[in-house]
Design a protein around this ligand. Sequence first.
Ligand code: ZN
Length: 322
Amino acid sequence: MVRMEKKLKKTKKTFENELPQIPLTRKELKNLFNYRIPCLCCGKEMLHPDIYMYLSGRKELCQKASEAIKLLEPFENIMHPVERQVFNMFKTMSTKYPDKNFQELLLMKKDIHELALVKIQSSIFNKISFYRRILPKKMARQLRKLMIKTNDIIFDPEPHKPFSRRIFVHKLKNIIRNLENKSIKEEIIKIARRLPRSSDEVCAFVVKNARKRPEIIALNLIHPSVGTFEHLTPKCMHGLSNSLNFALECTYCNNSRHHYPIPIQIEENPYMPKNAQIQADKLISLCKKGICNKEYIENLREVLYWLSDRYIDLDISQLYFT
Ligand SMILES: [Zn+2]
């Protein structure tokens, strides 16, 4: 038994030796966020996760809005569009209501934004309900049930549970998962994906955040911009957790990719190949200053090329010019 274990250990070691060298440690990779790196997917500048951690401990965020605004103002330029609009709304409101905090200000706006949101949602639900006419009977019945339940939630001013876009899309996908006609299936999912998220519509942000604590609302203004390590091959598909498989991406893009393959991520973000090049150019310039590592960039190029079905073909020739 002992001998067998020894043998196993030995085999494992040989295998490890065959693995390629890891170009950057987590710490070195994280350090790159200090240099205004644009997100691989959306191209927006990312916030260093340590700065986010530092801000999350600051008491100004739960005080009156003007205090929180002062603290967040230096990060206004890296906020994503909806968050920036909400931040500007806070700036305007806080001069009018100087004693209120972020939560109190959002609650004042909640009703009007909720109505706007329900208007957008109900028009999308109508479009989805239309498919009851063409779906097989059993699916049509299930869809009817789901839509009745959903309408009950969104038209009730005090719903038992708030509407969740994520759960709705999941249930809808489940209902039509065995639908043979693929193009109708895709059409339905595409329509459902148009349901507003708090990241695409101010009204959805206000409704989602109005009942949260003021400091959480404040942090949600910058959270999408926080830099993360995106697993290029998703973890659930046995992707490695080291820099051979890590790309620098903002929290928003990382979360919205889930574990979809990169070509689907490109479909949703047509500028991704262009943005990936902008990031690579930035990394190359850091490499010349000795901050990034050549092998990391070469590996990123290679992995992106294959995982994106050759859509992302980074030009890294500048890496070899002195
Ligand atoms: Zn991004």
